[in-house]
Write a protein that binds this ligand. Structure first.
Ligand code: SAM
Length: 212
């Protein structure tokens, strides 16, 4: 998986000085190196552009790498709401989004995402694109909450669904959430409100459309 991803990153992504600065800022601040890969980021940008999404909800901001990739998809005509547990991470992400030119178009809500999702539902907010990339154990809860907040035809993208390949390959050391992710993937694949496909890019991204 790693060699294939390195190959795809090398051939299909260009050097990106801004995103490299974001990665450096994450390291300087002692935060984990768990941003999406360059190709996964590019896929996010392309999916937002192709779908024409203008109102995005992200779960799991870290330092803003995926946030910038999402915002690049809508340019100067969209908004990103991003949910992040850690106040410190959300501050760095906000700085990085401002540095990238999206300061006025992004809003961070800190604290457990499940609480923020309940608030968004109370406020009757709706979104046309979702990116779920936080604590894996809550993916099933996040998915249902996002469907609840989705406009018909919205896209929901989920990261880390291959758990480094361990969901499919018994020879790969299982992750703590491997068996959960195996049953979650089946739930998504058979969900009556979704049309979905797992793309084996990065650590695996599922793209799901909320049926109209
Ligand atoms: N999407 C980011 C990117 O590619 O730039 C990476 C996100 S990182 C894999 C996961 C993030 O989810 C971390 O910043 C972590 O603090 C956050 N997180 C973990 N549990 C959370 C929770 N219960 N609610 C909100 N955010 C959470």
């Amino acid at each position: 998986m790693r060699k294939i991803n390195d190959y795809i990153d090398t051939v299909f992504t260009k050097q990106d000085a801004l995103l490299e600065e974001v990665i450096a800022s994450i390291e300087e601040n002692g935060m984990p190196a768990i941003s999406v890969s360059p190709s996964s980021g590019k896929l996010l940008t392309m999916l937002v552009t192709i779908s024409g999404a203008k109102n995005i909800l992200e779960i799991g901001a870290l330092g803003g790498y995926s946030g910038i990739c999402l915002a690049r998809g809508f340019g100067n005509e969209g908004t990103l709401t991003s949910l992040e547990l850690e106040e410190r991470y959300a501050k760095l992400a906000a700085n990085n989004l401002a540095y990238a030119g999206f300061g006025d178009q992004v809003l961070y809500r800190t604290g457990p995402a499940l609480d923020s999702l309940a608030q968004l539902d109370e406020e009757e907010q709706q979104f046309d694109f979702f990116f779920i990339d936080a604590d894996k154990e809550n993916y099933a809860n996040y998915l249902e909450a996002c469907i609840q907040l989705a406009e018909p035809g919205a896209l929901i993208v989920l990261d880390n669904v291959l758990a480094r390949g361990s969901v499919a390959d018994p020879e790969v050391q299982p992750k703590r959430y491997t068996s959960f992710m195996q049953s979650f993937n089946e739930t998504v694949a058979n969900h009556p409100q979704l049309e979905s496909l797992l793309i084996p890019l990065g650590d695996g991204m599922t793209v799901a459309e909320v049926k109209k």
